[in-house]
Design a protein around this ligand. Structure first.
Ligand code: NAG
Ligand code: NAG
Ligand code: NAG
Ligand code: NAG
Ligand code: NAG
Length: 376
């Protein structure tokens, strides 16, 4: 280490702040978080909702976690990073307290007897501004970089050594812009299933390529455009989180699902500014078996439930959430109102702009005054 004095000061900090939870006697329930949930067809939506703050999650593991001399490196060599094993003998590395990227890089020059880790954590760190090619041969299954509010750039190669191990990448609440995030390297990870990158400074998402990604999350940002090719190179995608962004319209072929059997598709678009959905924006192709779609469009600016947009996906929809949209409820929705099977799939809170629930509309009036379109 370059500065002994600095290291000693840091170790004091480490002992005071971090050692305490390790010695805690508090019991955490076992159903806290189970990483095996990430395997197979993941219920990613449940996961993102139920997953506690990962920092707390690690602390919870910390009750049972063990600081071992092997397989961990010498604790002093890597301080303020903490290496530990959990009750399943998986190895974790938490570097939340590092003061600079350079310091982090120096830590990875130390002797690591075992180079494969389950997770790398970097939480609540306001010092780190860039993450370059630092890991020096260490590999990870899960990487969490969260609430690092001054992080502005990540190198395309920073996780190159984890190309065959990385399954779950979560980078949230940073100052990363779309140009500073390595979207371009996603196709180099041969096992990546989840790209969870909410609450960053993204304004657009470039095309992402990956044969393996099943879930992407971009909630709570300033994204105003999604191009039809953004997700078109993700054949295994079944979970898309885009809620709480600034989307105003979506073009045809933005969300196309083909060749995926036996899947539950989640599309989260609530709390945007959506006014216009082009026909074909959601489509399921190739008559796959047993595909169910849950579509969240609540709290947008939609004035109609366009037959051309929604009728083609009705066979697949489990439900569509449409409440908090200023629906005009003219003859444009008669196709929906007069088909009980379809109407059943619309969440009952859906209402017209005057507050009348769709389910309370007088269907006889619609039958008399709107000419019913020929059945398809
Ligand atoms: C995690 O889930 C798997 C499969 O559902 C189960 O077999 C295992 O016991 C769980 N582990 C914990 C620690 O709850
Ligand atoms: C982002 O991080 C900052 C600083 O830690 C925190 O104050 C803020 O609540 C976080 N926002 C979210 C959405 O997590
Ligand atoms: C696609 O996802 C399924 C689970 O839904 C998985 O079994 C399959 O291996 C994945 N395909 C690729 C190429 O990763
Ligand atoms: C949302 O998008 C509009 C243009 O479509 C832009 O004028 C506005 O500044 C954006 N708002 C945010 C918070 O990015
Ligand atoms: C349908 O797919 C779901 C996964 O989304 C699966 O759990 C279920 O067993 C499948 N049902 C049939 C009849 O294949």
């Amino acid at each position: 280490m370059r500065s002994i004095v600095f290291l000693v000061a840091l170790l004091g900090f480490f002992n005071n702040v971090i050692a305490k939870p390790l010695e805690g006697t508090k019991q955490f329930s076992d159903d806290f978080f189970n990483e095996s949930d990430l395997k197979g067809q993941p219920e990613l939506q449940e996961l993102i909702k139920q997953r506690p703050n990962p920092w707390e999650m690690r602390q919870a593991y910390g009750v049972k976690r063990q600081l071992k001399t092997f397989p961990c490196p010498d604790a002093a060599d890597i301080a303020p990073c903490i290496c530990y094993t959990d009750e399943r003998d998986l190895l974790h590395l938490d570097c939340s307290l590092v003061p600079t990227e350079k310091y982090l890089e120096t830590i990875f020059q130390q002797n690591f007897p075992v180079k494969h880790f389950q997770s790398f954590d970097l939480f609540d760190n306001s010092h780190i501004t860039t993450l370059g090619d630092i890991f020096n041969g260490l590999t990870f299954v899960e990487v969490f970089v969260e609430r690092c509010v001054n992080l502005r750039e990540i190198s395309q190669y920073w996780l190159a050594d984890s190309r065959d191990t990385l399954v779950y990448l979560s980078i949230a609440n940073t100052s990363l812009t779309s140009d500073a995030f390595p979207f371009i390297s996603m196709d180099s990870y041969t096992r990546l299933e989840a790209l969870f990158v909410p609450t960053n400074d993204f304004t657009f998402i470039p095309p992402i390529h990956s044969a393996t990604i099943q879930g992407v999350a971009f909630e709570s940002g300033m994204i105003s455009v999604i191009e039809p090719d953004t997700f078109s190179n993700l054949p295994n995608l079944t979970y898309i989180g885009l809620s709480q962004n600034n989307l105003t319209s979506l073009a045809a072929s933005t969300f196309v699902f083909s060749g995926v059997d036996h899947v539950l598709i989640y599309i989260y678009l609530y709390s945007n500014q959506l006014q216009h959905l082009e026909p074909g924006v959601f489509s399921v192709q190739g008559h796959p078996q047993n595909v169910t779609m849950r579509l969240h469009l609540e709290n947008n600016k939609l004035r109609t439930v366009d037959e051309e947009v929604f009728r083609p996906i009705m066979p697949y929809l489990e439900f569509v959430q449409l409440f908090d949209n200023p629906l005009e409820c003219g003859c444009d929705i008669v196709w929906l109102l007069l088909n009980p099977t379809y109407l059943d799939k619309v969440d009952p809170r859906a209402a017209c702009s005057d507050g009348t629930l769709l389910t309370d509309l007088d269907l006889a009036d619609y039958e008399s005054f709107c000419s019913i379109p020929a059945s398809h």
